[in-house]
Design a protein around this ligand. Structure first.
Ligand code: SF4
Length: 93
């Protein structure tokens, strides 16, 4: 009898949803400074938004993005630094 054992490595891509409350944002620029890969000040109203690469929905009042796990730390830093508490991040299950 022949027994074959195989290990299969499964990598799960964890994503996070980032929500910027643009109506609360005061446009201080901290978020794009500490996490420029995810945030930028919009040309529409000068308030923070998720960059087009990661934005999945947005308007002048809110910007929603989905980011990979490797960007979580800089998003958390931006959220913790925000004087308006305008950035939220949550895991997508
Ligand atoms: S840190 Fe907060 S208030 Fe400042 S630009 Fe970013 S979201 Fe707006």
């Amino acid at each position: 009898m022949r027994i074959i054992t195989a290990w299969v490595r499964v990598e799960v891509m964890v994503k996070y949803r980032v929500t910027v409350d643009r109506s609360a944002c005061i446009g201080c620029g901290v978020a794009p400074t500490v996490c420029g890969k995810v945030f930028m000040l919009g040309t529409d109203n000068g308030k923070n938004r998720v960059v087009p690469k990661y934005e999945v929905d947005g308007n002048e009042d809110v910007s929603v993005g989905e980011i990979p796990e490797e960007l979580l730390d800089c998003v958390k830093t931006a959220a913790e630094s925000c004087p308006a508490s305008a950035i939220k991040v949550e895991r997508i299950d």
